[in-house]
Design a binder for this molecule. Sequence first.
Ligand code: SAM
Length: 320
Amino acid sequence: MSMPHIPVLLNEVLDTLVPRDGGVYVDGTFGNGGYSRAILEAANCTVWGIDRDPNVIAKSKHMETEFGGRLRVVEGRFGDMSKLLRAKGVSVVDGVALDLGVSSMQLDQAERGFSFMNDGPLDMRMEQNGPSAEDAVNDMDEEALANVIYEYGEERKSRWVAHAIVEARAEKRITRTKQLADIVCRVVKKSKDGIHPATRTFQGLRIYVNDELGEVNRGLAGAEQLLAPNGRLAVVSFHSLEDKRVKAFLNERSGNVPNPSRYLPDVEDKGPAPTFKLLKKGAVKPTKDECKINPRSRSSRLRMAVRTEAPAWGGERSAS
Ligand SMILES: C[S@@+](CC[C@H](N)C(=O)[O-])C[C@H]1O[C@@H](n2cnc3c(N)ncnc32)[C@H](O)[C@@H]1O
């Protein structure tokens, strides 16, 4: 049974966006509509929801009706938000919220194949098309597979895992989440913090299958293009690979890049004018109470910034 998704750091996201009457907001990761609902209830404004999962779009119809034209939900990727909204005649917005990753509904539905806790087909595609995790584990060569598991899953034993997968698939195609988890458990032992041995391998494959980090880069650049001066950006991430990208983007775009050496003179040409001003230097974490009510919020981090008047730098950040 799938649990409804509990919105994470919701009050903090609302405090960042400060929705106002007549404002236009983008909820780039609509999910169960928790952020959209809160924004729509906070002011007489309009929200454009985006989600790449067709199931989410189908479920959002009742909420569109409920808010009588103030909510529109579009199927697509937030990395394309600028293009998607321009196609609807919207070129400037007052706020963008991104709540990265997958929802509880996606995680809990065995048939979506995101979880090793409930056995299901090895799928993991948010969009439900394109190459799946099953294709990745059965078709990639051992080295490429190890790299995915190492870089996106941060699994130190990635080479062992990739080797075990290649040996297992020579016997029988790997098609189920439980089957893959069992293969990983042969070579990775439970860590002291109790994390299941397959957690990192599953994370790596999911990020790869959905190009999640590429989406973060493109989404941040899209928000920079769409936001009006004084427009607000709120990004919630769930693991360090995402958060590192958000932090690097906001530091770069706000001119918060340290001089490489204190022995070198300050560089005269600091590049284009900053497009963002940080609203807070570090990231906001959930309170103990929130973690108690919603354990899935534990690793979440919110970063926030306000758009300046400077023109967008354009292009997406390269991975760093
Ligand atoms: C963590 S949930 C968002 C939950 C939402 N804030 C709420 O309160 O219900 C993430 C959602 O974003 C969607 N998603 C993830 N990456 C996306 C992308 N690149 N473009 C569009 N939607 C994406 C997922 O399909 C999922 O429904």
